[in-house]
Design a protein around this ligand. Structure first.
Ligand code: RP5
Length: 155
């Protein structure tokens, strides 16, 4: 079980690192790439069309601005695609969010919050955990610890 993590630019990496770190924390194998949908469309097509054959089960795609990366990938593969809108300089990420979330019917992209890379990884892990008792156990431990942390906070 492998998760593909792709981003449109190395400038997205500081945000997308949270997805990579979370997947690593759960021991999930990652196939990571930087490919821009508009600067390298042919390479993107090759990557997306071969993703399933390369053992990827779910794709997390982060991009900002006119963020068509996740939608284009979703059109090229039947694998579930989770989009991460990256906060942009000019419109604060609203452009990225709307570009990713407003997919026309027929080709879905599951969209997380602006800069929501950690939740993208957790959503991918939840999907993988449907077929992995080990991941399901790790996930419930993670959630229990998170709950305990909230309840044990002294103010
Ligand atoms: C998008 O354009 C990338 O995903 C990035 O968020 C944004 C800016 O890219 P750079 O100009 O920093 O490479 O394609």
């Amino acid at each position: 079980m492998k998760v593909g993590v792709i981003m449109g630019s190395t400038s997205d990496l500081p945000v997308m690192q949270a997805a990579l770190d979370t997947l690593e924390q759960f021991g999930v194998e990652v196939d990571k790439r930087v490919i821009s949908a508009h600067r390298a469309p042919h390479a993107l097509m090759e990557w997306a069309e071969s993703a399933q054959q390369r053992g990827i089960s779910i794709i997390i795609a982060g991009a900002g601005g006119a963020a068509h990366l996740a939608g284009v990938i979703a059109g090229l593969t039947q694998l579930p695609v989770i989009g991460v809108p990256i906060r942009s300089k000019t419109l604060d990420g609203l452009d990225s969010l709307l570009s990713i979330v407003q997919m026309p019917a027929g080709i879905p992209v599951a969209t997380v919050a602006v800069d929501g890379a950690k939740n993208a990884a957790l959503l991918a892990i939840e999907i993988l955990a449907l077929h992995s008792n080990e991941l399901a156990k790790q996930l419930s431990d993670f959630r229990r610890q998170q709950t305990e942390k909230v309840l044990n906070t002294v103010i």
